[in-house]
Design a protein around this ligand. Structure first.
Ligand SMILES: [Ca+2]
Ligand SMILES: [Ca+2]
Length: 117
């Protein structure tokens, strides 16, 4: 239904129809448009003192899809974080924040990983 409504009926979850760098599954969980480049839906990383945050808006009705925030120092080995609920936005979306302590670390990268069975 979501793929039909967004003009990508039958497209694979790992395809990037609009070539904006977000695969269709990520477009779905971030409530983005799979047929239109919409970078404003991407997670935003900020740093406050020795803490790095990743803020993102998630679909709340994406049952069966697991979204895991992760961090890495080398973009090879990734470690899972627990995203914290921040606030409800509307009937189908909510804001979340994941944080990592950067004390003693070199570069810190963060990302979201979405997977479904
Ligand atoms: Ca895309
Ligand atoms: Ca898009």
């Amino acid at each position: 239904m979501w793929t039909a409504a967004n003009l990508i009926g039958g497209a694979a979850a790992d395809a990037d129809n609009d070539q904006d760098g977000m695969r269709n599954l990520m477009e779905f969980v971030l409530v983005a448009n799979p047929s239109l480049g919409d970078p404003q839906r991407l997670p935003v990383a900020t740093r406050s003192g020795n803490t790095m945050h990743l803020d993102y808006r998630l679909r709340t009705n994406a049952s069966g899809i697991t979204v895991t925030p992760q961090w890495s120092e080398d973009m090879v080995t990734w470690y899972d974080l627990t995203g914290q609920f921040v606030s409800t936005v509307d009937a189908v979306t909510a804001n979340h924040r994941a944080s990592v302590d950067t004390t003693g670390k070199g570069r810190v990268f963060m990302r979201l990983r979405a997977s479904m069975p």
